[in-house]
Design a protein around this ligand. Structure first.
Ligand code: GLN
Length: 448
């Protein structure tokens, strides 16, 4: 019944573009299986969820939001999908994303745009656009996303839901179509922090198929969710705080005062402003080369859409020209340029060194303080009209990019709802040192 009603709700939704592939038959089959093997002790049993369409699903089309994969049907499941299958959850749809995870608006999926569910003049955000939409709309209680720069944590802010990116390697990325592997994280959207903890319990596992994955030291994420150490120290970055719009800044200050009144320490820390200003460019100079390199196989040859040609080069040029979108092409071109031997030292390697400086500075803060508070956005979701501008400009304004530091350092990071402006949500983001996923969930529970 639950599965049927979810299918019905999806089919009735007023923004049908959020769904790329609805696997009705597989859903009903899994639901029948769950009926026969129902496990009341497992809270994920029978629960429907959406997967961002860059999570490979066996026998179900996986497009990554790109036309070049319009006909791609994997013969394996990504590890997280497999784990959720084992928990008898029901994969209720492959949902929209900005093509190949590149973008932050929800307007660059090759299968159509979606808008913010609170107000259709505003962006839903991205790149995990369909995932955040489904959870914000209440169609499913959770959804899978991926986060290379901020693609889980920023859209969570724009849509009033929880978005959790665990420590790099806590979740296997096997079967997740990459964007930039040294920055790519898998993660979840949920309606509350407890659900994120339940998912961490079910999915944090070392996976031999992903050599970056490890066995977490923590367990019982859900059971211990209320046990935040009363000596926990919170921190915020002064340079970021000072640049917030006044109204939001006062709300952050009220929160700090509340934390102090409850006995927690809250410290303002400094961060080199020059370094903060490099986040956007450094992200570009690392992620674009990694993208062109990991997508070398999108050539029209092995799999995916193909245009005919006289030789390999012609097939690749024609296939890519026809089936890739503008943002992807632009990033591939810049990425290729960075990888040219004479440019590597100048851009790619230099960017990697600056990434290390930023990660070191962040790790230093998280050695002294437990939880670093960051603004996932300093305003509600931007207008759709301003999208083009935003895509081009955000890369130079550090306030837009602070969450990307979490990808540079691989630290656990969660966005939860915080406030509203003109009826539109704005979230708050919490970070802890690597491997401290439990701490970040407990702190999020405290502030929820
Ligand atoms: N919005 C960022 C970008 O355009 C982040 C994308 C992501 O995290 N996948 O690249």
């Amino acid at each position: 019944e639950l599965t049927r009603s979810v299918i019905e709700q999806i089919q009735k939704d007023d923004q049908p573009n959020f769904m790329i592939t609805l696997p009705t038959e597989q859903m009903l089959e899994q639901a029948r299986y769950v009926d026969e093997h129902f496990d009341p002790k497992n809270w994920l049993c029978g629960i429907p969820y959406f997967a961002k369409d860059n999570f490979s699903t066996k026998g179900i089309r996986t497009t990554a939001g790109s036309k070049i994969l319009a006909n791609f049907i994997p013969n394996y499941d990504s590890t997280i999908v497999e784990l959720l299958n084992q928990n008898q959850s029901i994969m209720a749809g492959k949902v929209a994303l900005d093509e190949l995870g590149m973008g932050g608006t929800g307007l660059h999926c090759a299968y159509g745009e979606i808008a913010n569910p609170y107000n259709k003049n505003h962006q839903v955000g991205g790149s995990s656009s369909g995932s955040v939409y489904g959870v914000a709309k209440g169609l499913v209680p959770f959804a899978l996303g991926s986060d290379t720069g901020d693609s889980i944590r920023k859209p969570a802010s724009f849509n009033g839901v929880v978005g959790f990116k665990p420590t790099y390697g806590a979740l296997s990325r096997y079967g997740v179509i990459p964007y930039a592997p040294s920055l790519d994280h898998a993660g979840f959207f949920t309606r509350n922090v407890e659900d994120a903890a339940i998912l961490a319990d079910a999915t944090f596992k070392k996976d031999d198929k992903d050599f970056t994955s490890f066995q977490t030291k923590d367990e019982n994420f859900y059971k211990d969710i209320h046990d935040l150490n009363p000596k926990t120290k919170f921190a915020y970055i002064r340079e970021v705080h000072e640049h917030l719009p006044e109204k939001l800044r006062l709300e952050y200050e009220a929160l700090y005062a509340k934390l102090i009144a409850r006995g927690y320490e809250v410290n303002g820390v400094n961060f080199d402003l020059a370094l903060l200003n490099t986040i956007g460019p450094v992200y570009m100079m690392i992620s674009y080369p990694e993208a062109i390199s990991s997508h070398a196989n999108l050539s029209g040859m092995g799999f995916g859409m193909r245009e005919d040609g006289k030789n390999y080069t012609e097939i690749m040029i024609k296939s890519r020209s026809k089936y890739l979108g503008e943002i992807v092409k632009r990033r591939f071109v810049i990425g290729s340029l960075n990888l040219k031997q004479q440019n590597q030292d100048l851009y790619f390697l230099k960017a990697k060194r600056v990434r290390r400086l930023i990660a070191n500075a962040l790790n230093e803060i998280l050695k002294n303080d437990d939880i670093l508070i960051l603004p996932p956005s300093f305003e509600p979701a931007p207008l759709i009209e301003s999208a083009l501008e935003a895509d081009e400009q955000s890369e130079t304004d550090f306030l837009h990019d602070v969450l990307v530091m979490g990808n540079f350092a691989g630290i656990p990071s969660i966005t939860i709802p915080f406030t509203k402006e003109n009826g539109m949500p704005i979230g708050i983001n919490l970070n802890a040192a690597v491997y401290e996923d439990k701490k970040v969930l407990q702190a999020a529970k405290l502030l929820e």
